[in-house]
Structure formats: C-alpha cells, structure tokens
Design a protein around this ligand. Structure first.
Ligand code: HXC
Ligand code: NAP
Length: 293
C-alpha cells in the first residue's frame, strides 16, 4: 500500500457546486492541485500564458476526472486579461468561489547581474500577478455579497529572504503580507486568505530554473531536508484542498509550511552539528567530561 501522504485526503464531493480558479494551473504544482480539486467535484478555471499548454491540460484533467475545466490563456501581469478571464469563468460557471495564486516566474542569478527588466519580469508575475487576480476576484465577491477563499503558493524565503532569487523573495514576501493584511480587512465580507510555503517539490518548471544540472552537487537540497525526502504533489494538494474547503472555515491569514523541516534546519545556529559523526561525538563527550572533572 502507498504511503498515506500520497493518497487523496478529503471526502468525495468536497467541492461539488464550487468553482475554483488556479493561475498557472497547466503545469507543475498548479496542475496537480487542479486535478485534485476537479476530482473533488470543483468546476475549474485554469490559466497560463501558453494557450497550447493550458488547453491540453484542461482537456486531460477533464478526461481524468469527468469534471468541467475551462483553460484560458491569460497573462496575470495584465489586469485587462485577468478581468477578461474571470468574466469568461463567470459566464461559463456562474459564481467563482476560490482562487489559487500559483503562477510564478523565477530563476537563480547573482542579484548584481540582473537587468531592471529581469527583476521586473519576476516581480510582475509573482507580486503584481497575485494582487491583480486577488483584487479582480475580491471586488466581484464584495460587490455580489459572495464569500470567497484565496490561497497563495508562497515559499519559506518569503520570511527568511534568500540570495540568488531576490526578485522572487521580495515578491513572495509582499504577496504574503497581502494575504495577512486582507485576511483582516476582508474578513467582514466572508473572504478568507491563506498561504502555503512548500519546500522542495520536484517540477520541471522549478528544477530547470533553480537546480540546473550544471550546478552539480551544489543543487542537491536533500541533505538540508530533515525528513530526508522531497515533497509529494498529493500531500501539497491535500493541504491546498483543505485550506480552500469549508473544513478550514476558521483559518484565515495563515501561512502553513510544508517543507520537511528544511527552513528550520538552515535557521538553527547549531544544526550544522548534523555533520559530526558518532565517533566524533564519543571523543567530544569524553573530552568535555574530562574538562569538567
Ligand atoms: C539572468 C535572465 C534569466 C537568467 C531571463 N532573464 N532569465 N537574467 N538570468 N537565468 C532576463 C532576460 O534576459 C530579460 O532581461 C528578462 O529576464 C525577461 O526575460 P524574458 O525571457 O523576456 O521574460 P519572460 O518571457 O516574461 O519570462 C519570465 C521568466 C521565465 C521569469 C524569465 O523564466 C518564465 O517564464 N518563467 C515562468 C515559469 C517559472 O519560472 N517557473 C518556476 C517557478 S519555481 P533583458 O534585460 O535581457 O531584457 C518557484 C520556486 C520557488 O518559484 C521556491 C523554491 C524552493
Ligand atoms: P511551474 O510549473 O513553472 O509553474 C509556474 C506556472 O505559472 C506555469 O504554468 C506558467 O505557465 C505560469 N505562469 C508564469 N507566468 C505567468 C503569467 N504571467 N501569467 C499566467 N501564468 C503564468 O513551477 P511550479 O514548481 O509548479 O511552481 C508553482 C508554484 O509553486 C509557484 O508559485 C512557485 O513559486 C511555488 N513553489 C514551488 C516550489 C517547488 O519546489 N516546485 C517550492 C516553493 C514554491 P506559462 O509559462 O504558460 O504562463
């Protein structure tokens, strides 16, 4: 039997009658989450810039789950395209109930080598794209008196910061503060906003840009993961579905980390002692005890 964390968690029909929009839903984690929401009964609106990718993802998800999936080409950097996407979603499904801000752009680069355009290209997708979508749908919910739920796919460097991915770090930090700010401001409208901070979950999009083979062993994050493995897409999808569902009705403004302990491994001042061998500990303890006596 497969490990329980690789199995779907929520009851069938959790999202019956609900419509969920997932930006960047055609690939990677967005695709995995979308397929699970559809399997749980949601109508889906997924978007990305590449129409061929998003349209085939929509067809494949629908074929796999039997659900309704509308795949639209939309660049989240452009408010007019975002408005048009939600208008098309509303025309097809009626009210939209949930939004996952998952679309992202990122690549590793020493910050002093970035052009202004390179910096903007990431900020525009990750920060502006996130607030464009949140604002467009939030305004609709508030005007219509409809409750809604937003989920940002964040990172742990939204609060630790990280070198070599600075445009992404500043954008994820801003987007997380938006979640926390609006959780307070929009609670009165029945709108909840939360975030997930994943650790290493292999996807083609992230691995090709953040862990290219040319980096060699420097790119291997495994030894920094206390639980000793990568994340499985289904365990992330389970958490995302929970946070979008009514099972989490009293949770808002939260950011839940799912990283096998990775960021804390980097933060704890003495965690590098992990590399001390058992024999070295024997010698060290003996020496320290001798000093005490
Ligand atoms: C330096 C680079 C660069 C690189 C692009 N640029 N790649 N600079 N190093 N590796 C520069 C270009 O030269 C250009 O600047 C500017 O960035 C814009 O590049 P374009 O290719 O024209 O932009 P665009 O087509 O809009 O593509 C955006 C992108 C691209 C971000 C650069 O990678 C993309 O489309 N990404 C989407 C998918 C993605 O990134 N997925 C990974 C998410 S993973 P100039 O000055 O020359 O015009 C993730 C994980 C987080 O977020 C946490 C992990 C733990
Ligand atoms: P991915 O497959 O590259 O996903 C990014 C998606 O965003 C793509 O489908 C891309 O489609 C879409 N996108 C990019 N720019 C867009 C734009 N301007 N408008 C609309 N869509 C756009 O990478 P992933 O690993 O699944 O990442 C998904 C999310 O998880 C991101 O928010 C990322 O920061 C987060 N995350 C991932 C990891 C990990 O280990 N994988 C860890 C922490 C956080 P198009 O190119 O067709 O537009």
């Amino acid at each position: 039997m497969s490990a329980s964390y690789t199995r779907p968690m929520l009851p069938a029909g959790t999202f019956s009658g609900r419509t969920i929009a997932v930006t960047g839903g055609g690939t990677g984690l967005g695709r995995s989450m979308s397929e699970y929401f559809s399997a749980l009964g949601a109508n889906l609106l997924i978007c990305g810039r590449r129409s061929e990718v998003i349209e085939s993802a929509a067809q494949e998800i629908s074929a796999a789950t039997g659900g309704q999936v509308l795949g639209l080409s939309c660049d989240v950097r452009k408010p007019e395209e975002v408005e048009a996407m939600f208008a098309a979603g509303a025309e097809r499904f009626g009210t939209l109930h949930g939004l996952v801000n998952n679309a992202a752009g990122n690549f590793i680069c020493p910050t002093e080598r970035l052009s202004y355009n390179a910096f903007n290209s990431v900020v525009d997708i990750v920060l502006k794209g996130t607030y464009n979508c949140t604002l467009a749908l939030g305004k609709r919910w508030i005007a219509g008196g409809t409750p809604g739920v937003v989920l940002n796919i964040s990172t742990t460097y939204a609060w630790t910061g990280s070198g070599y991915v600075v445009p992404s770090a500043v954008s994820k930090a801003g987007a997380l503060v938006m979640v926390r700010s609006l959780a307070s401001e929009w609670g009165k409208y029945g709108i909840r906003l939360n975030a997930i901070a994943p650790g290493a979950f292999p996807t083609e999009g992230a691995w090709s840009r953040l862990r290219p083979p040319e980096l060699g062993p420097n790119a291997d994050p495994m030894k920094r993961i206390p639980l000793g493995r990568h994340g499985e897409h289904q365990e992330l999808s389970n958490l995302a579905a929970y946070l979008l569902s009514d099972f989490s009705a009293y949770i808002t403004g939260a950011c839940i980390t799912i990283d096998g302990g990775t960021w804390l491994r980097g933060a704890g001042q003495f965690n590098a002692l992990e590399d001390v061998t058992s024999e070295q500990w024997d010698d060290l303890q003996a020496a320290m005890k001798r000093k005490r006596s």
